[in-house]
Design a protein around this ligand. Structure first.
Ligand code: C2E
Ligand code: CA
Ligand code: CA
Ligand code: CA
Length: 279
C-alpha cells in the first residue's frame, strides 16, 4: 500500500575516473563548510509483520545538492568517513532525528527512531556524549532510539565494542546489528553482545527467494530461529515484492522494511503516510 515516491528518489551520481578525484575534493571541502545545511533526512517505515502496523522508522541521510539534485548517501558518506566529517554529521543527525521523534510523539505518533552510526563514530569517545546530549535536548525517551551498527564495526575491537554497548545500554538506548549476512563476523562473538535487534541484509532475502523452489528459505528460517532463542528481534530488509514478504513471514521475522512496504520519505510525507495507511 505504499505510495510511489518518485519525487524522493535519490541519484546515484557516478563520476568518471577523472571526475572522481575532483568530486572527492568537492565533497571533502563542502561538507566541512555550508553543505551540512544541505543535508536532509528521509524516513523509511519499519513495519510489524504480525499486525502490519508501523513500529518505527529508519533515518537515511541525503544531500540536497544545489546543482546535482538529491544525492544518495553512497555518493558522499565514504568521503565523510575518510575525512572524519561523519562525526559532526552524525551528531547533527542524532539531534535532528531525536527532536523529530519527540515532536511526533507529542503529536500522538510515537515511532521508534533508528539512526545509522558509522564504525568510526562508534569507536570514538564522543558517541556516548553525542547520544546523551541528543536525548536530553529532545526529551525523547532513550528506549525510542535505536543505533544501527554494522557487524564490522563491532568486530573490529570486540572488547571496546562491549564497553561502549554496555554504557549505551545503561542509558536505555537500543542497539541493532545492521546488514547481517554481509560480513563474516563470528556468530558467538556477535551474539555475546547486548544487542536487541538483528537486521537481515537484503542479499539474504534475495538469495532465499532464489533457492526457495524446494526448500523455502531454510537459511532465513534458521537465522530467525536463532534470534528467537536469544531473545533478539529480527528485521528483514529490502522487501520489494509480495514473494519477499511471504518468505520472511514464513521464516518468522518480527519486522520488515522495503520498497513494497514504504519508501524512505521526507518527514512531512511520512506523517501523511502514517495517517493514510495506518488507520
Ligand atoms: P542501510 O543502512 O542498509 O539502509 C538501507 C538502504 O536500503 C537505504 O539506502 C534504503 O533506501 C535502501 N532500501 C530500502 N528499501 C529497499 C528495497 O526494498 N530495495 C532496495 N534495493 N533498497 C532498499 P540509502 O538510503 O541509499 O542508504 C545506503 C546506505 O548508506 C545505508 O544502508 C547506510 O549504510 C548508509 N547511510 C544512510 N544514511 C546514513 C546515515 O545517516 N549515517 C550513516 N553513518 N550511514 C548512513
Ligand atoms: Ca541501516
Ligand atoms: Ca541495512
Ligand atoms: Ca548498508
Amino acid at each position: 500500500a505504499a505510495k510511489s515516491s518518485g519525487r524522493d528518489r535519490v541519484h546515484l551520481f557516478s563520476p568518471s575516473l577523472r571526475e572522481a578525484a575532483r568530486w572527492r575534493l568537492e565533497v571533502a571541502t563542502k561538507l566541512r563548510g555550508d553543505a551540512i545545511d544541505q543535508l536532509v533526512v528521509h524516513y523509511q517505515p519499519v513495519v510489524r509483520l504480525d499486525t502490519g502496523q508501523i513500529e518505527g522508522v529508519e533515518a537515511l541521510v541525503r544531500w540536497q545538492h544545489p546543482e546535482r539534485g538529491l544525492l544518495s548517501p553512497d555518493t558522499f558518506l565514504s568521503v565523510a568517513e575518510e575525512t572524519g566529517q561523519i562525526i559532526p554529521i552524525t551528531r547533527w543527525l542524532l539531534r535532528e532525528t531525536t527532536r523529530r521523534a519527540a515532536e511526533w510523539a507529542a503529536d500522538g505518533m510515537a515511532l521508534r527512531m533508528s539512526v545509522n552510526v558509522s564504525a568510526r563514530h562508534f569507536s570514538a569517545e564522543t558517541l556516548v556524549r553525542d547520544v546523551r546530549v541528543a536525548l536530553q535536548q529532545s526529551g525523547l525517551p532513550a528506549d525510542q532510539l535505536v543505533l544501527e551498527l554494522t557487524e564490522t564495526s563491532v568486530a573490529e575491537d570486540p572488547t571496546r565494542a562491549e564497553d561502549q554497548l554496555a554504557v549505551l545500554r545503561r542509558f536505555g538506548v537500543r542497539v541493532a546489528i545492521d546488514d547481517f549476512g554481509t560480513g563474516w563476523s563470528s556468530l558467538a562473538q556477535l551474539f555475546s553482545l547486548p544487542i536487541g535487534t538483528l537486521k537481515i541484509d537484503r542479499s539474504l532475502i534475495a538469495a532465499a527467494e532464489r533457492v526457495s523452489v524446494g526448500d523455502t528459505g531454510a537459511v532465513l528460517a534458521a537465522i530467525v530461529g536463532l534470534t528467537r532463542t536469544l531473545g533478539i528481534r529480527s528485521v528483514a530488509e529490502g522487501i520489494e515484492t509480495p514473494e519477499h514478504l511471504r518468505l520472511v513471514r514464513e521464516a518468522g521475522c518480527d519486522l520488515a522494511q522495503g520498497w513494497l512496504l514504504g519508501h524512505p520519505m521526507p518527514a512531512d510525507r511520512l506523517r501523511e503516510w502514517v495517517r493514510e495507511v495506518q488507520r
